[in-house]
Design a protein. Structure first.
Length: 224
């Protein structure tokens, strides 16, 4: 796996010597040499590479990477330019338009959010092609939970957007009184009408950041 070279490396260092992580590295290595696995290896840790620990303002937790060609690139919910916008992201854009007045862009590339301080973290960071959830239970969850606990220990304002039951289960790790936890239904077409639409998480996050003296997130993804 590509090394993490920013401040996440020191924070996550205790994980690298644990038995589960050693097994995870071996498993992931075998998978990449034996099967088609997404995202490409060089993109595997993009969530950490693109949003250093010290710059995290907002955390959006996903489950697994997209499992079809050319979609996943290491950021939850995001796809590369030129790839059709997935249904859940379409609904995220609809809520953004309703909440903040953002126009709906022609792409699903969320790297701008990552650079602005939005950690787009999937709980599981790899997946076998065409096989959703194929890498669950192999150790990734323990690793990404460690990252969430590190964030919870930061003595500064951070907003967590927990969408759907899977993400909301992470709430038990989040008890920092200086941070804000927002919960809603998942933006999937199967559940968005049950509490995601109208949640106004984006404006609530920016209000919290502003109240705490931080620059709000510019949520507008521009057309390409």
């Amino acid at each position: 796996m590509p090394p993490i070279t920013n401040d996440w490396a020191d924070a996550l260092k205790p994980e690298f010597s644990k038995e589960y992580y050693k097994k995870l590295v071996k498993f992931v290595g075998r998978e990449y040499t034996t099967f088609t696995v997404y995202p490409p290896g060089e993109d595997l840790l993009n969530a950490f590479h693109m949003t250093p620990l010290a710059k995290v303002k907002v955390v959006i937790i996903g489950q697994d990477p997209y499992h079809e060609p050319d979609q996943a690139h290491g950021l939850s919910f995001s796809v590369r330019p030129g790839i059709q916008i997935p249904p859940s992201l379409k609904n995220i854009y609809k809520e953004l338009q309703s909440d903040c007045g953002c126009y709906i862009p022609n792409n699903g590339y969320l790297a701008k959010w990552a650079r602005e301080g939005v950690l787009l973290l999937n709980s599981v960071l790899t997946v076998r092609a065409h096989q959703a959830a194929s890498h669950r239970g192999k150790g990734w969850e323990e690793f990404t939970d460690a990252a969430i606990r590190i964030l919870n220990q930061q003595d500064r304002p951070i907003v967590y957007m927990l969408w759907g039951n899977f993400a909301r289960a992470k709430k038990e790790m989040l008890d920092n009184p200086h941070q804000l936890v927002l919960e809603a239904a998942h933006p999937s077409p199967f559940s968005a009408d049950r509490g995601f639409f109208g949640c106004r998480h984006f404006s609530k996050a920016n209000a919290f950041l502003t109240e705490n003296g931080l620059e709000p997130i510019d949520w507008q993804i521009e057309n390409i």
